[in-house]
Every structure is written in structure tokens, then in C-alpha cells.
Write a protein that binds this ligand. Structure first.
Ligand code: ADP
Ligand code: ZN
Length: 737
């Protein structure tokens, strides 16, 4: 009898209507059920409009079993199936994988893959212009009109502003041409049209070592199967030209290629080289695109129309239908780690996406991360190495200046040997660079009368003086205030003094020492965007600048042929603090900066000012033997199961109320997982104990490599109830700690 009842229940529960699971781009725990629209079945991955509360939302038809307990009466219907290519199974699996790995809600990851739902939002078609197919005979074609016709030569409709800019004409010219019947109004395409890069376009001829390396990569792409290759080689060895050949091989197969760069805004020289190799510009993806360009680029990618896309880390979530290659250039860069929202490392996720796409992954760097060198050593990654600089240029020689023996004058920051070297370089008509990874004028302001230090009201951080803008600024929350007339603590008038240098202060010193030299500061406040960066790079290349003073911006892949001297003002700067990777990162950064010197006929020289010349980091930079340094670094981390020899996850507990943060941190500490190969460190104050007004505590979960942290974290978090005012952020594989 019981059996029969169950059977009847089951029959009743079989849904009459077809239910669809729809994942919404919101931080929700799961997909929701909706009633399928009438008509043909809706394929998985389709973009659909559904009601959500009193609003509408765009979501994606997702895998999974509908929830049979939800009664028919509560089920709401899908309102519309959008006319866009459905999200591929590969991308859906990637979204699910990233969500599971980072312990993020799948919808939050989906949001990145939809690049904010606006990429799909319906909009009225926009009007533009195209070349008239049958222009009247005898219409006057002046030179400006000729330029306009050239700009629309391919027959594709373009926005008026875009044409006017390309042709250097005013909108009035366009109207005149329309009246004359030379151009006509047309609706703009819903996707951007990207020219197809030509793999056979004649690029620079490769040197023999480059050619051998390129052949290996081409062969990897040709296998049409997943593999990862670590492409290493000294700075200036021409790795870019080598991986361009992998891009060419991928294009020849008719698959799409993705190149991730750490800072698109600083990549003007890279784009020039791409154009030199392939004859056209690639599609671009970064945070500063207009929403319209985003929408159109997203659409072009989804329709397989952007053969090569160059982007920031978020480009990994674009809907490539057939991705054959992912290159991660400067794979060691921390810019690939996203710290807000879904916390993920684009280098690691690139490998995952390549695996799911049966694609080739190439990780390139002159200073690869210990993660990647370890994977190469164990054979998980193949390796390709370029041992020498392109064109026979020599590696720069690196020497130390012991600041204990030859200190700068009082109140100065450049030591006599560094000053002499810059003077000689400038006298020879060559360029010099001073590197200090600190923006502004001084990192701290102190009251001489009482010792009070100016600190941020919202963060555990000193306020940084930006003298040019006459203000003190917090580099963590953006708080800004005017420099005090009197000490806010003791009231003494004009008693505050700057402590330590930033690039502005080095500039001041340089101006006094070399008044004739043409100086350029490269920092994020002086180089606010791609155009400024390109202009700066050009004026350096054209020798309109003698002395460059810069923050880490100058360490990126620049090629400045006339730069022969690099002076590092404070080589010890990155070594302070308890960060596991402080030494590794300092070596990487300073080696990259050093690598800007002497890239063509003249040998480069690098001088490192340090109070600790005997430190292994300084010794590695002088010897240039980074492999030995990384081997020693590995030996340090291996016994304690520190990454990459063990796994690490951080829980950051934060709240405006300090006691609330402490309570939750303590509860998490009490509920901490344990067992063989599992260790929990903390709770302890997080590196920025107060950030944007929130008190932060941290717990670190460290496990052996063969233990997955995600199930442990899930079970752990489930044991502790977290009040609404407290946030617990999970960071799997944290980088800065
Ligand atoms: P890396 O990325 O390895 O530091 P780059 O790729 O920046 O080195 O190359 C260094 C410089 O050499 C660049 O200016 C590049 O344009 C140039 N270069 C590299 N390979 C070639 C080549 N085969 N022919 C001409 N120039 C090249
Ligand atoms: Zn602050």
C-alpha cells in the first residue's frame, strides 16, 4: 500500500510544464526554476529574460535538475529567449569550476562571463554612416572627403564620431557628403568588426633561438589538445615575437587566440609590435572600454568574429566559441590576481580554461613565479627557454651601492656613486632611469615638535604627501586632506616635515642635480591612461627625455633603445613585512626594472642602493642567477608546506565594529579544521588591520598539497554563524600576506 502511495505521489510530481534552471548573474547560491516558454525547446546556455521579484533579469539556462518541490503555481515563466549565441558548455563548465574553486556563488562568476548583464541588454539600433553604393557621378571629392571615403572604404557602417575622428574632419563634412550622396545613413552592426590578422603577414625575421622556440610552440598548438608551456628567457630575448608564432599557428587553424597582459594601459609598444607582425590591431578588452564597445566586442567574440583578443584578466570569461590558445604574458605579475568580488588568479584560471577548451596555454616571463617553475620542474608544464637577448645585446651589469658606506647627503636620497653614474650617462648623451616604487613626495609626514605622524582616519596607513597637488592622500582608501598648517596633535605651527622619498621628491633632487636634463616622471598619477603612456613611451624613444623617474610602471615590458643606466633608489623597499613572497617579488620587480637598460648597442648598467647588500635578493640580482635564487626559495618553502608545496587559503573577517570582527574571528578559530597535514594560523590582525573603516582579522588555512582546501573551508564556514554586519571573505591561494 505504501509503495502505491509513493508511486502516485511521483506521478503527481512529474511536472506538466517543462522547467528550466536559470542561473542569474547575481551572488545567489543556486540557479532558479522557471517555466519554459511555449515553442521549441530552449537549448542549454541560452540567454533568457526572466521575472525576478518585480524586476526583470537576464540569465542563462543552466544545467541541473529542477527542484520538484517547487509547486507549479509558484513557477514563473521565461519571458524571452534572447537572440544571442548560447553560452557554450565549455564556458558554463569554466564558470562552475571557478565558482567551486574560489568558493564564490556561481552567479557571481556568471556575472563576469556576461561582463555585467549590460553586454546583452536590448537597445535601439544606432544610426551611423556607410559609403553610398552608387555615388552620383561628378560629386566633388575634396581631400577631407577622400579621407572620409577611405574611413568607410570597407562598406561597414561606422558611427559618425568614429569616422570624423579617423578622417580628421568635422561632423559638418559628413552631413555635406550625405547631401552630395557620397555616404548614406545606415544602422550600426550590433557587433564590432575586427580585421582578421594575417598569419602570413611578413613580420620581423626570427633569430635562430627564437625560431626553434617558435617551432616548439607551433607544434604544441598544432596538437589541438590541452598543454601548458612555460616560455622563459632573459629580458629583451624576444619572447613576444616567439609567442606571436603560436598566435599565427592558432589563427591558421581557424581558432581564436587570447593574450592576457597585466596592464593593457601600458601596452602601446606591444600593440605596435602586434601590428608589425599581423598587419592589423587586435580586439581589446579592459575595464576602460565604453559600455558600447564592451557590448559590441563581447558580441563579436561570441560570434567567433574576434580572431585575436588582447585583454586584462577579465577577458578570460569572454564567450569564445573555439579558443585554441591562451598566452599569459608576464605571468609572474600580481596584477593577474583579482582581490575584490570573485577572488581569483587569472594565470591559474587561464590554465583551467585552456584545459576545458582543449587549448594551448603559454605562460611567458623572464622572471617566472615559483608556482610555474615548480610545475615546469615536475613536468606538468613544458618549457621553452631563450638564453640570450635578441640581436646580440648584452645583459646589463648589476652592481650594489652600500648605503652604509656611501650614504647620500643629509636630506637627499641619491648616493654619490649613483649621482656620478647618472652624470656620466647624461654627458654621453644616453638616457638614465631612477626607479622608486613609491608615488607622491613623501610616504610619511611627521610633526617635529611632538612626533605625531599623519595617518589615514579609515585605514592603518600613513598619509602620503603629494606635493604637486598640495595634499595628503591615503593610497588604500583614497582619503584626501590638505597638508596641515599646524600639527593636529600638539598645535605647533609649520612643524610637519616629510619623511622618506617618493618619486616626486627624487624628481626635486634630480632637478637640482641635473637642471639641464629633460626629466619625465612615470607614475600612475602622471600617466593616467593608455594615451599618456603611449605619448611618454614615444617621447622617450624619440630621445626627447634624458632622465626617467618612475614607479613600478617603468618595470613593465618597455623597450627604450637609448636607456643605458638604471638606478634603483631603494632596493630594500619590497623586503619589509611578513609576506611569504616578498623576496621572490622583489627579485622579479628589480630584475624587470634592470632589464630596461642596454637593450640595443650600448651595454646597460644597473646600480642598486641598499642597506643590506649581502641579502640573497641583492646577491641574486648581481649574479643574475635567478634559477639558483628560486631553487633556494623553493628549499625554504618546501619543508613547511608553504605554497607551491602546500595549499593556502585565507579567511578575512571584517566589520566596522572591532569587537564584532574579533568575535567572529574567534568563533572561526574555535571551529578551525584540524588533522594530519592541516594547520590553521590565526586569528591575527590582517596586513591592513583597518581598511576603509573596517577592522580586519585573518585566519590562514594551510594544508599539504594533496589535501583540497575547498571542502575544509565549506565545512568550516558552515559551523560558524556570521552576523550581518560582519563579512568573511575567502581567498584561496592568497598572494599578498
Ligand atoms: P622580452 O619580452 O623577452 O623581454 P621582447 O619581446 O620585448 O623581449 O623583445 C626585445 C626587443 O627586441 C623588442 O624591441 C622587439 O621588438 C625586438 N625583437 C625581438 N625579436 C625580434 C626579431 N626577430 N626581429 C627584430 N626585432 C626583434
Ligand atoms: Zn585610508
Amino acid at each position: 500500500h505504501a509503495k502505491k502511495e509513493q508511486h502516485e505521489d511521483k506521478i503527481e510530481l512529474v511536472p506538466f510544464t517543462v522547467r528550466l534552471r536559470v542561473l542569474l548573474p547575481l551572488p545567489l547560491a543556486d540557479a532558479y526554476d522557471y517555466r519554459a516558454p511555449a515553442g521549441p525547446p530552449v537549448p542549454l546556455g541560452s540567454f533568457v529574460v526572466v521575472p525576478l521579484g518585480r524586476r526583470q533579469a537576464i540569465g542563462v539556462v543552466w544545467d541541473g535538475t529542477p527542484d520538484p518541490s517547487l509547486p507549479e503555481s509558484r513557477l514563473r515563466g521565461v519571458e524571452q529567449v534572447l537572440d544571442a549565441p548560447p553560452m557554450t558548455e565549455t564556458l558554463r563548465r569554466f564558470v562552475a569550476w571557478v565558482a567551486a574553486y574560489t568558493l564564490s556563488p556561481p552567479g557571481a562568476v556568471l556575472r563576469m562571463a556576461m561582463s555585467a548583464p549590460s553586454a546583452l541588454e536590448a537597445r535601439a539600433p544606432q544610426a551611423g554612416w556607410r559609403r553610398a553604393p552608387h555615388p552620383p557621378e561628378g560629386a566633388r571629392v575634396t581631400p577631407p572627403r577622400r579621407r572620409v571615403l577611405d574611413a568607410v572604404a570597407d562598406g561597414v557602417p561606422r558611427a559618425g564620431g568614429e569616422i570624423a575622428e579617423a578622417a580628421g574632419v568635422t561632423p559638418a563634412i559628413l552631413r555635406g557628403m550625405a547631401d552630395a550622396g557620397l555616404i548614406e545613413p545606415a544602422l550600426l552592426p550590433h557587433r564590432r568588426v575586427f580585421a582578421t590578422p594575417d598569419p602570413a603577414h611578413p613580420g620581423p625575421a626570427l633569430g635562430p633561438e627564437q625560431a626553434a622556440a617558435a617551432a616548439t610552440l607551433r607544434e604544441a598548438v598544432g596538437r589541438h589538445a590541452f598543454s601548458t608551456t612555460l616560455l622563459t628567457g632573459v629580458t629583451g630575448s624576444g619572447k613576444t615575437e616567439v609567442y606571436f608564432e603560436a598566435v599565427a599557428a592558432c589563427l591558421a587553424q581557424g581558432r581564436q587566440a587570447l593574450v592576457l597582459l597585466p596592464e593593457i594601459a601600458l601596452s602601446s609598444q606591444w600593440l605596435d609590435r602586434f601590428r608589425a607582425r599581423f598587419g592589423v590591431a587586435p580586439a581589446l578588452w579592459h575595464s576602460e572600454l565604453t559600455s558600447r564597445t564592451r557590448r559590441e566586442t563581447w558580441r563579436a567574440v561570441a560570434e567567433g568574429e574576434a580572431p585575436v583578443l588582447v585583454g586584462a584578466r577579465s577577458a578570460l570569461f569572454l564567450p569564445f566559441p573555439d579558443l585554441g590558445l591562451i598566452v599569459v604574458d608576464e605571468e609572474h605579475e600580481t596584477a593577474f590576481k583579482q582581490e575584490e568580488g570573485v577572488v581569483y588568479h587569472a594565470r591559474d584560471m587561464a590554465v583551467v580554461r585552456a584545459r576545458l577548451s582543449s587549448a594551448t596555454c603559454v605562460l611567458a616571463s623572464a622572471t617566472p613565479s615559483l608556482e610555474s617553475t615548480t610545475n615546469a620542474a615536475t613536468g606538468r608544464y613544458a618549457t621553452v627557454h631563450l638564453p640570450a637577448r635578441h640581436g646580440g645585446a648584452e645583459m646589463p651589469d648589476v652592481a650594489l651601492i652600500d648605503l652604509r658606506r656611501t650614504p647620500p647627503e643629509r636630506g637627499r636620497f641619491l648616493s654619490p656613486p649613483l649621482v656620478a653614474a647618472v652624470t656620466e650617462t647624461l654627458a654621453r648623451g644616453e638616457q638614465a632611469m631612477l626607479f622608486l616604487n613609491r608615488r607622491g613626495y613623501a610616504p610619511m609626514t611627521l610633526c617635529r615638535a611632538c612626533g605625531h605622524r599623519m595617518r589615514c582616519p579609515n585605514c592603518t596607513a600613513w598619509l602620503v604627501e603629494h606635493r604637486a597637488q598640495r595634499r595628503l592622500q591615503c593610497h588604500h582608501c583614497g582619503h584626501v586632506e590638505a597638508p596641515p598648517e599646524a600639527c593636529p596633535e600638539c598645535g605647533a605651527a609649520h612643524s610637519t616635515v616629510p619623511i622618506g622619498p617618493g618619486v616626486e621628491r627624487v624628481l626635486e633632487e634630480a632637478a637640482a642635480l641635473w637642471p639641464e636634463a629633460r626629466r619625465l616622471v612615470m607614475a600612475s598619477d602622471t600617466i593616467p591612461g593608455p594615451a599618456a603612456a603611449a605619448a611618454a613611451a614615444q617621447s622617450i624613444q624619440r630621445r626627447e627625455v634624458d632622465l626617467i623617474i618612475g614607479t613600478q610602471i617603468v618595470a613593465k615590458g618597455w623597450h627604450f633603445p637609448h636607456l643605458t643606466l638604471v638606478g634603483v633608489v631603494d632596493a630594500d623597499l619590497g623586503l619589509a613585512g611578513g609576506d611569504l613572497r616578498a623576496a621572490e617579488r622583489t627579485v622579479q620587480l628589480l630584475h624587470q626594472v634592470a632589464g630596461r637598460a642596454g637593450r640595443e648597442e650600448h651595454r646597460g648598467h644597473v646600480l642598486l642602493q641598499s642597506f643590506a647588500p649581502e641579502h640573497p635578493v641583492m646577491q641574486a640580482l648581481v649574479s643574475g642567477d635567478l634559477d639558483a635564487f628560486m631553487a633556494a626559495e623553493a628549499d625554504d618553502r618546501r619543508p613547511g608546506h608553504w605554497p607551491p608545496f602546500g595549499r593556502l587559503a585565507a579567511l578575512i573577517v571584517s566589520a566596522e565594529d572591532e569587537r564584532a570582527a574579533d568575535r567572529t574571528a574567534r568563533d572561526l578559530g574555535l571551529a578551525a579544521p584540524g588533522g594530519e597535514g592541516i594547520e590553521v594560523l590565526g586569528p591575527a590582525p590582517a596586513p591592513l588591520a583597518i581598511l576603509r573603516g573596517r577592522h580586519r582579522r585573518r585566519l590562514l588555512l594551510k594544508t599539504r598539497r594533496d589535501i583540497a582546501v575547498q571542502p575544509l573551508l565549506e565545512a568550516w564556514l558552515a559551523k560558524v554563524s556570521v552576523p550581518g554586519s560582519v563579512r568573511v571573505q575567502v581567498d584561496v591561494d592568497p598572494v599578498g600576506f
